[in-house]
Design a protein around this ligand. Sequence first.
Ligand SMILES: [Cu+2]
Length: 179
Amino acid sequence: MTNSLINQRLAAAAFALVSMLACGGGEKPKTDTTAATPSAAPPSAAPGVPGAAPAPSTGATGTAQAITGKTWDVKMYADEKGSRYDPASITIKRGDGIRWTLINGPPHNVAFWSDSIPPGAANVLQANMPNQIGALSGEMMTNPNQTYTISFAGVPAGTYHYYCVPHLALGMKGTIIVQ
Ligand SMILES: [Cu+2]
């Protein structure tokens, strides 16, 4: 009698604890993913880092790795048809590069969400991105035909989500699948 009663209470307590943990753990990733970086981005050309400020002073943590494969073209627009990368989604191979060209509607840039790239990608990408204005955030482009090129040599395969800082609210986002 006594033992089974204790067992029941233990079981109930354990269940409550598990559900608490499950709830708490489940909420974190989702809210962090989208909320943090985008809304905090300053509309002006302020070089401040949107979300976190790790260690921008040291700059790249490694040496940039040169493109060894093909260089793909992505165009950047902001006109009556919308603010967009074209193509918005692109599949490349490790070692390839992507060259973004500003067509109209500047300013534009290329910025990666640190939590929407494969594990281990940040350091390599950081080293491969020239002229960053913040962590994983490429230089602000203002002139038609201006280009910005990133080498995807040395990065892990997987899906990389990126966006344009000035046009994130207008949905200017892109996806790179590295094979
Ligand atoms: Cu843009």
